[in-house]
Write a protein that binds this ligand. Structure first.
Ligand code: DGL
Length: 263
């Protein structure tokens, strides 16, 4: 792969920034095009047909406009629904984000794992198949959250989100089965790591929060190779909202790009 590849990072909103944060560590030289499909957010409340019908042509337009070397679908809902049709339709390599059920179940000591995702992701056959294939001896609890992605976006934008609002979404993840408790929660939506500190603080007892972003970044590095040039003073990056809303690179967003963005 040539120096300074272009990586298109796609999510329904700003959750994919948690994946981007890891990608820029492994390819600090890459040109980044981050696209938030805020005009269609939240994907978690949409049908599979609606998401496929939206994402497949939109990614085609983005590939034509930006000629990426690699596309990262930094969204569990979009990946579990649309990754197969995307790969069938376009030649560019895709890296998806799917619920990290396999590593979570392999590492769980109590064999009680919860999967916290959007309502759509936990409903999908794709996710249920991951449980059938990889749960091993674990009991897996699926928790579909209707509001946590939107709460994470709001918090990132500086709005006040109460502890009670967050706790209401995560409480069903904490299961006590006699003397045995959940010890791992899979963050199966890229928005949720935006709230990680608050999740840790609000958890009724300590658990491992499983975020697949570092593994996704390793996959990106495998496909593109390591950085051949050191990072420059400022990164060549764009943040695009499909709604067309103005988007100053705010202080809240900039750190996820790994530093200052070239104007
Ligand atoms: N970030 C998306 C995911 O990883 C979901 C947010 C939404 O509902 O659009 O599933």
């Amino acid at each position: 792969m040539s120096a300074s590849p272009t990586i298109l990072v796609f999510d329904s909103g700003l959750g994919g920034l948690t994946v981007l944060r890891e990608i820029v560590k492994v390819r600090p030289d890459a040109r980044i095009v981050y696209v938030a499909d805020d005009a269609f957010f939240p994907y978690g409340q949409r049908s599979e047909a609606a998401v496929i019908g939206r994402v497949v042509p939109l990614i085609g337009e983005l590939i034509a406009a930006h000629a990426p070397d690699l596309v990262v679908i930094a969204c569990n809902t979009a990946s579990t629904m649309a990754l197969a049709p995307l790969r069938a339709r376009y030649k560019v390599p895709f890296v998806g984000t799917v619920p990290a059920i396999k590593p979570a179940c392999a590492a769980s000591r109590t064999k009680r794992v919860s999967v916290l995702g959007t309502s759509a992701t936990v409903r999908l056959e794709y996710t249920r198949a991951l449980i059938r294939d990889f749960a091993q001896a674990c009991k897996v609890t699926l928790v579909g959250s209707a509001h946590l992605a939107a709460l994470a976006e709001a918090a990132l934008g500086g709005a006040t989100v109460s502890d009670a609002q967050i706790l209401a979404e995560i409480a069903p993840c904490f299961v006590e089965d006699g003397s045995v408790r959940t010890d791992s929660v899979v963050l199966a939506c890229t928005h949720y790591p935006l709230l990680r500190d608050r999740l840790v603080a609000l958890a009724p007892w300590p658990v491992d929060w499983i975020d697949p972003a570092p593994a996704i970044a390793r996959r990106v590095a495998n496909l593109l190779g390591g950085a051949s040039t050191p990072a420059g003073q400022s990164r060549d990056a764009q943040l695009i909202f499909t709604s067309g809303r103005p988007h100053p690179m705010s202080g809240a967003v900039m750190p996820y790009f790994g530093g200052p963005i070239a104007a």
